[in-house]
Design a protein around this ligand. Sequence first.
Ligand code: DOR
Ligand code: ZN
Length: 350
Amino acid sequence: MAASPLDRLVIAKPDDWHIHLRDGAMLRAVLPYTAAQFARGIIMPNLVPPVTSVEAASAYRDRILAALPEGQSFTPLMTCYLTDATSPDEIERGFREKVWIAAKLYPAGATTNSHAGVTDLGNIAPVLERMERIGMPLLIHGEVTDPAVDIFDREAVFMETKLLPLLARHQGLKVTVEHATTAEILDVVRAHAPRVAATITPHHLVINRTHIFQGGLRPHLYCLPVAKRERHRLALRKAATSGESCFYLGTDTAPHPVGAKESACGCAGVFCGPTALQTYVQVFDEEGALDKFEGFASLNGARFHGLAPNAETITLERRPCRVVSCVAVDETEVVVFRGDETLPWTIGSA
Ligand code: DOR
Ligand code: ZN
């Protein structure tokens, strides 16, 4: 990493290990923002219908590549959406054919388009055994779905009742705990590293649960897992900036049309793609950890997934910048996380 002085960072181009790109007009509208910041990205499979077959993943990858504007490059890394009916042979075929690099576990009903997800982990035991055998990572949305469990406790209860037993049953399975939001789950990840890792989003580093209600209801700060208490936010900042290689970047950028967010029953998801790196680098700067930024953003995730870091570089500069506040999609728009702010860091030219 070259840094001279510390108001300019040149690092290997980062990857985003958790992205919702959607499809069609939304895909075309949001993809350029992700491709401007990231060289590669893990693409979430929660489309309607979900991406559950090798053919569907391959076709979706083609649509993403076709939506990329001229002059931009980006490598989509595909995932398989696990259901109760997923076959171990299909999982292995997609992995061996290099169509997908991981499988995504949505507990059925946990979040947007997860109703086709897994109802009981016992139903996918043969799939997990096969993944363990072939070295294919499992990406987990770690929340229980029982409506009787308080929404702020769903990650913690998942950790105790599902994650820890799963890690004990499958001691060789590579697992990423996605969008970690609690201090306790970070310690579980540490205790099981390096075969277990966690991604951390930009928004969970800067908001706690009170921000969602600050001066009125803020639908654009609502996502799942929902932001937790301040002590958890501080633990996330400590973990992300610690230099520990089990923590790496995953934005969970999740665009929804403004009407679906500002609604009587608003969708979960924060559209942070256009401001992700600016937010992350600001956090590392505030924590006095700019020297740890390249590891978190560009090295740790690639190492976990057995890939080389990107040869291309990106420059981040301490220079105030106003970013777009909304992205137009058809007749509507998507509101950008922190899009109404002047951000202290800017993505430079080369
Ligand atoms: O807030 C979220 N939005 N969390 C998820 O897990 C899914 C995502 C989406 O697809 O909108
Ligand atoms: Zn997500």
